[in-house]
Design a protein. Structure first.
Length: 234
């Protein structure tokens, strides 16, 4: 039973003219053999992309990729013919499967886009590539923890091809609470605001707590509220 806090400023950082990206785990040329994953979760990147810029067409294979936009809008295009504009409140999943090429571009010429992109391994390799997006903002506005991507058939969530993974999002007003999933591996990422987590203490924006067999602690939103992205995996 362990709870480890990783502070925002300790993440790997990529800064180029069109991208400001913070990586919670080893990514690209940033590599630490002691920080490659938590459970099945391999990537949590918090990206700000400049107007009119973005990630040009590039390949992926055998990966479940979930994108959650916090501000602005992001345009997705892929080699399967899928096109979509992702905005706050819209959950998106791309299954790379046996191989896919895609691009992710800021849909605005004037405003930046901020997003959190997360990767988990699929439970079956070589599946057909796929794409799905679903509107979840209404459920989030109702309060509590909302499943936005699930391999366990949660209603309203995009489908993960990984039966041992669920991604939840919670938007909390100041002082309100929610209970974390009770799972072997839980990753709590504070995307906005601040919060206090049992056995971890205070978490500011960009901080994360990695829970291993830690039960179901309570997260309490800070004075400005919070938006937290939580993964549970086996």
């Amino acid at each position: 039973m362990t709870t480890t806090v990783h502070r925002a400023q300790d993440r790997f950082h990529t800064r180029i003219d069109w991208l400001d990206s913070w990586h919670s785990f080893s990514f690209g040329h940033h590599y630490d053999p002691a920080n490659t994953h938590h459970g099945l979760l391999l990537v949590v990147n918090d990206d700000v992309v400049a107007p009119g810029s973005g990630f040009g067409t590039h390949p992926h294979r055998d990966m479940e990729i979930v994108t959650w936009v916090l501000e602005g809008s992001l345009e997705h295009r892929d080699s399967e013919g899928n096109v979509g504009v992702i905005e706050p409140g819209l959950a998106q999943r791309m299954s790379a499967g046996r191989g896919i090429h895609h691009s992710e571009m800021n849909a605005s010429a004037t405003a930046p886009v901020r997003l959190v992109q997360m990767w988990v391994l699929p439970d079956t390799e070589g599946i057909d590539p796929g794409y799905e997006q679903r509107w979840v903002a209404d459920a989030l506005d109702a309060g509590g923890l909302v499943p936005i991507a699930s391999g366990q058939g949660h209603e309203g969530a995009v489908t993960l091809h990984q039966a041992s993974a669920v991604c939840w999002v919670g938007r909390l007003a100041a002082g309100t609470t929610m209970t974390m999933p009770d799972a072997p591996h839980v990753h709590v990422y504070v995307a906005r605001g601040s919060a206090d987590l049992d056995d971890a203490g205070h978490l500011d924006e960009g901080d994360a707590a990695r829970l291993t067999d830690a039960g179901a602690p309570t997260l309490t939103a800070g004075p400005d509220g919070t938006e937290a992205v939580i993964w549970e995996t086996a």
